[in-house]
Ligand binder design. Sequence first.
Ligand code: SF4
Ligand code: ZN
Length: 329
Amino acid sequence: MGEEDSIPLNPAPSQPALRSQWVRALRPPITRPDDKAQANTLIEQEWTIEGNPIQTAVVFLINRECPWNCVMCDLWQHTTPNTLPPRHAVLQLKNALKKIAASSPQPVERIKLYNSGSFFDRRAIHPQDYQAIADALQGFDSVVVESHPRLIDQRVGEFARRLKPSLEVAMGLECADDTVLRQLNKRFQLRDYEEAANRLKHDGIAHRAFIMIQPPFVDPAQAQQSCMKTITYALDQGAAQLSLIPARPGAGALEALQAQGAFSPPTMHTIERCFEEGLNQAQGRLHIDTWDLHTFNPCPTCNQSRVDRLTQMNRLQTMLPAIHCPSCS
Ligand code: SF4
Ligand SMILES: [Zn+2]
């Protein structure tokens, strides 16, 4: 999709710093976690490409807010306005590991260490904590952290070498279109993503890509095509795993963009088509975020069965028969 196809953005400012201010001004009021809050944890299942279950822990470290202000991001709600001191992340991680050990009867093989921003943001996770974090993670087979592509540098390889488990880095690609990336305020372009992917590959580190279904500034009629283009692009960049995330309002800016006609949440039909077609391209490697998926379908007759089908397809990595609903199909 080219510049001429994108939806007019007014009145959101086009200059990145001003757009960040605009995004921040539209945020709903919330109570942020206090400095001493415990990191949230959960246990979920992921699958190998062969379809074997991997017991996975997710730890949501609390740290300073991500310095970027993407229009669709609501992760800042789980961050602190200021940088926390060194060792804070280590203490949170150790507490979280105790919670995980107490709550999971089965051995946990993989851990996702997410921090509502970038693990390699020096002011979020202090580099002097890398060794202690690596030491705490030695019992896992694999570790996933998330990072903005522009923060992928030699420190990633250095951190990977400290770890006994393998490292995977998740990056928010969102949409393989420079115009849309600029409008989303992602503050990177595709060449930055390619540079990051190449560096990770060079260092023997896997990466996974987060891809939005129908992000703002993508014409809903083009959403499926745009998603497929992004899946192909991520695979070309060597992504080992791809996660589809339907764009959903809640961050403030998206509601404003929706009122301007520059955003609408995808329908369940679009979500289904993107996942179905994506699975044809990336079977064994493509998953969809099923959190709150029912909110995309207003039909009470088929809502649960559609969510169940996509959840099953996530697990089985294969197409299941389509749902034919007497009320809405
Ligand atoms: S880079 Fe990621 S965490 Fe930071 S504002 Fe954008 S979407 Fe949110
Ligand atoms: Zn229905």
